[in-house]
Design a protein around this ligand. Sequence first.
Ligand SMILES: C[S@@+](CC[C@H](N)C(=O)[O-])C[C@H]1O[C@@H](n2cnc3c(N)ncnc32)[C@H](O)[C@@H]1O
Length: 266
Amino acid sequence: MDQLETAAAVWAMADYRRVAERLMPAAERLAATLGVGRGRQAIDVAAGTGNVAVCLQEQGWSVYATDVSARMVELGRARTGSAVRWDVAAAEALPSPDESVNAVVSNFGLIFAVGVDEALQEIQRVLRPGGTLAFTAWTADGYMAAMTEVMLAHLPTAVGPSPIAWGDPAIATVRLHRFADVSVRRWSLPWHFDSPAAGRLFYEQGSPAHAAAMAALEGPQATAMMDSVERHLQTLADADGQVRIDAEYLLITAVAARPEGSGDEG
Ligand SMILES: C[S@@+](CC[C@H](N)C(=O)[O-])C[C@H]1O[C@@H](n2cnc3c(N)ncnc32)[C@H](O)[C@@H]1O
């Protein structure tokens, strides 16, 4: 199995829709950044079940949603109907013609592309000059980064780039050096659980990353990893036992370089 096939299999595990609900406010923020579409074209990369696609379509954009996981595309299609066009596609090989879209958007999705350079080249290729790339990434020093560390401590050395690297503004800015007007803003999502045990259950049932890690480990090792997750949540719990986290993320925008002497993006 190559890395993209592995990604497709991993993201089909667990009932991802519960995570998607929690990510929706960030999708709304991304869509607000792009504004009204008036028929302009956007591609939602690593669209999952279509959080941003739905918002942009409601704002008048013509939206094409893609994801490496056939399961996600199936769920997305069921959610949006024909209002959004869907295809199974990796960020590293976008099925759009050159300079065909006004915006590329990705809510916590592009960060999982294993081929960072390939994905960025593809985004540049499909964006019209002056078009916008807008995406979100968990901060490298925030809750999701810490949760990732807790899991990684139980797993063999990871292959490929960490999605968390995109959450370091310096790394993100270097990676986007071929784009213009790079902007990085910090926001947070409420990430609340009634108790550490409820948080553990949420991750076991709804998080593909946790489900895949548990499947990769032997039974007692999987339990040990989830025990660590619960202990980590205990360290974050309030006196009343509730876990009220602000999960910080970056909203990053960049503009596809415009050839010298050209007019506004179309
Ligand atoms: C955290 S989910 C975010 C989904 C969605 N954007 C949302 O707001 O809920 C990450 C998504 O990235 C997709 N993904 C992972 N690697 C990918 C790749 N290389 N190309 C395209 N999609 C990818 C997964 O299948 C999954 O749907």
